[in-house]
Design a protein around this ligand. Structure first.
Ligand code: AMP
Ligand code: GLY
Length: 423
């Protein structure tokens, strides 16, 4: 089969790596890809935002199946564009991507079907939002309803911050995504993610993971796309994983179906494990980044077969096996990230690092310039290790990190600390 993967980050490199191992694969293309993805797929110089050109490419190259990795494309309707042209693709559809595309919709759904989550209300103007926020006490959580490149959630520690966040959103700080605002009670606890795959009716569990969203050691500093992750997440006991499926994911897919929304695709469940049990933080309609980088190395079965089975509605009875070993990834980033950073510095030591036991390096912001690999992104590399447990994977990953260098590189030194404190 000819496969087209859309995207260019570390998640996409991990997916390309897993897809490239499929016995069903004839040729893998990735648009636009990065320097690492080029080792397992043919890069196509079409940006992920150019839906018309992607569809035209897929038609002309007889693509049998397209994998759309990112929320912006799914919420923007790229699945619908491929399917309208007769190209099968991993969804969800634009309509079903409301799972990630509208926080208010999901909160209403939780209330309707009894999924545990933080108390909330939806607002279309600032005054009532501020009054409700004050009634919840501090801290309080202010969310833009729509996608905001991972920046649409503000945890306000004071009333002034909460008022400012509400004004910022209604004044267009996040564009149309902030025309509606969700104000939410703050939940205390440990966060974890659980992934599943749905064909619209049948859902199979994938695996759990934890990421580190703050830029600094000890989970301090500004939020990022994720500075590292590991799987499995020891906080997700088998009982909690069963709850993730039975209390959250399966009822959600059934409720979507009852509304005429067939949810086909990956479900990313963000949970807060509170002292009253697990509560929904959010849903995403895709794999996480960097969570995919630790899920793919643990996958025993064939990713491509599973994704096609989801698209074709035949996931029932599908059993995707996972390795018992742990995987941990450390994001190496460019100094300044998540703010502005320099581009174009040469990365050295990649070969030495990846020859170490258990190491796979997934590229994010890299390009090849002549014979060199250069850093061109904020998040640049995902140095990923497998091991008997999170501890061994962590030691291996940091050993590999120590072999890699470019001017201005940095990483967190404590990826995995929660898992290691627990064991
Ligand atoms: P999101 O952009 O939806 O991933 O949210 C970003 C982060 O905000 C989450 O990963 C949580 O750490 C935090 N968050 C969101 N909602 C809540 C809440 N109600 N209580 C506490 N933390 C929250
Ligand atoms: N790592 C968080 C996300 O992909 O949304």
């Amino acid at each position: 089969m000819n496969i087209l993967l859309v995207g260019s980050g570390g998640r996409e490199h991990a997916l390309a790596w897993a897809l490239s191992a499929s016995p069903m694969l004839t040729k893998l293309y990735c648009a636009p890809g990065n320097a690492g993805i080029a080792e397992v797929a043919e890069r196509v110089a079409i940006p992920a935002t150019d839906f018309a050109a992607l569809v035209e490419f897929a038609r002309s190259r007889r693509i049998d199946f397209a994998v759309i990795a990112a929320d912006a494309q799914l919420v923007g309707g790229l699945w619908d564009a491929f399917e309208a042209a007769g190209i099968r693709a991993l969804g969800p559809s634009k309509a079903a991507a409301v799972l990630e595309g509208s926080k208010g919709f999901v909160k209403d759904l939780c209330a309707e079907i009894g999924i545990p989550t933080a108390a909330y209300r939806r607002f279309r103007e600032p005054a009532a939002a501020k009054t409700y926020a004050e009634s919840l006490g501090l801290p309080v959580v202010i969310k833009a309803d729509g996608l905001a490149a991972g920046k649409g959630v503000i945890i306000a520690a004071t009333k002034a911050e909460s008022d400012r966040a509400i004004d910022f959103m209604f004044e267009g700080g996040f564009g149309a995504s902030g025309h509606e605002v969700v104000v939410e009670e703050f939940m205390e606890g440990e966060e974890a993610s659980f992934f599943a795959l749905s064909d619209g009716r049948n859902v199979i569990p994938l695996a759990g993971a934890q990421d580190h969203k703050r830029v600094g050691d000890g989970d301090t500093g500004p939020n990022t796309g994720g500075m590292g992750a590991y799987s499995p997440a020891p906080v997700l006991t088998p009982a909690l994983e069963a709850q993730a499926m039975d209390v959250f994911i399966r009822p959600t897919v059934a409720a979507f179906a009852a509304k005429g929304l067939s949810y086909m695709g990956v479900i990313y469940l963000g949970l807060m494990i509170t002292n009253k049990g697990p509560r929904l933080v959010e849903y995403n309609c895709r794999f996480g980044d960097p969570e995919a980088q630790v899920l793919m190395p643990r996958l025993k079965g064939d990713l491509l077969t599973a994704l096609i089975a989801a698209r074709d509605g035949v996931l029932s009875g599908f059993d995707l096996r996972w390795k018992d070993e742990a995987a941990l990834t450390v994001v190496m980033a460019s100094r300044g990230y998540p703010g502005s950073y320099e581009k174009g510095h040469e990365i050295v030591g990649l070969d030495a690092a990846r020859s170490l036991p258990g190491i796979t390096i997934f590229h994010a912001g890299t390009e090849r310039q002549g014979g060199k690999i250069v850093a061109v992104g904020g998040r640049v590399l995902n140095v990923t290790a497998t091991g008997r447990d999170v501890g061994e994977a962590q030691a291996r990953a940091y050993d590999a990190v120590s072999r890699i260098y470019w001017d201005g590189s940095f990483c967190r030194k404590d990826i995995g600390w929660r898992a290691l404190t627990r064991s």
